[in-house]
Design a binder for this molecule. Structure first.
Ligand code: HEC
Length: 210
């Protein structure tokens, strides 16, 4: 077989397999970043915050305008530093005023109101996510989650709680009204993204090793 013939055959067989594995992570990345189309990788890497190719979803998961990636930013190992917060414009979704945040704590210390009904009601900083690949398996079952390790350990369930907690339109936090519950597929994609190299490789320790 001619060499180019072989190359074409290989492409036809291998591309769908690789492409499929990639697309789950990429779909998750788009949801995480709140982009309607794709994430602009180059611009995102340069800016340290997510930049979309095309429009941004004005209401990720039918909520208040915040996306996961507004708090978990790529340039801060998917956490959010005080220095970064100081650069955010006043009308940035991070400062959404319709929830029970303390705007001073939010702006000065990055302390976000974390609520889990009947269990947790406190202000916590946004943790990095680059370690999830090593503390969770591919299905999103994790050793522990939350700054105090006191949250559900299933990444998909955690994702639902994150949307309800941080992305709702009002403090009532009613599903179907203040936000939309992610579908099974969407949860799978978000989990695939969070445990993927796309997130793990933002780790500054890897950066130094390059
Ligand atoms: C307003 C900011 C904000 C938004 C938006 C947000 N998060 Fe978070 N995230 C936090 C804070 C604060 C914590 C710490 C929670 C705790 O300790 O209980 C956290 C914790 C986490 C953790 C646990 C990390 C660990 O190591 O324990 C994961 C996973 C996570 N968020 C995923 C998401 C996903 C997925 C979304 C979008 C659906 C999202 N977050 C949206 C602020 C945010």
């Amino acid at each position: 077989m001619k060499r180019w013939n072989l190359a074409v055959c290989l492409l036809i067989f291998i591309a769908p397999v690789v492409g499929f594995a990639e697309s789950q992570e990429r779909k998750g990345q788009r949801l995480f970043a709140g982009c309607l189309k794709k994430v602009d990788d180059k611009a995102t890497l340069k800016a340290g915050v997510f930049i979309c190719k095309g429009d941004r979803d004005p209401e990720p998961f039918g909520g208040n305008g915040r996306a996961c990636g507004d708090c978990h930013v790529p340039g801060d190992n998917f956490g959010l530093s005080a220095e970064r917060i100081a650069t955010l414009p006043r009308d940035h979704p991070f400062f959404f005023r319709g929830l029970d945040e303390d705007q001073n704590l939010l702006r000065a210390h990055g302390l976000v109101h974390v609520t889990v009904p009947g269990r947790i009601d406190e202000f916590r900083q946004t943790p990095k996510l680059v370690h999830l690949q090593s503390t969770c398996d591919k299905k999103g079952r994790c050793d522990s989650l939350g700054l105090n390790g006191d949250r559900v350990t299933n990444l998909c369930v955690f994702t639902f709680e994150a949307i309800r907690n941080h992305m709702a339109k009002s403090v009532n936090r009613v599903a179907g009204q203040d936000f939309r519950v992610p579908t099974k597929k969407e949860c799978k994609w978000l989990v695939a993204y969070m445990v993927s190299d796309l997130v793990a490789d933002q780790d500054e320790r890897n950066e130094k090793n390059r």
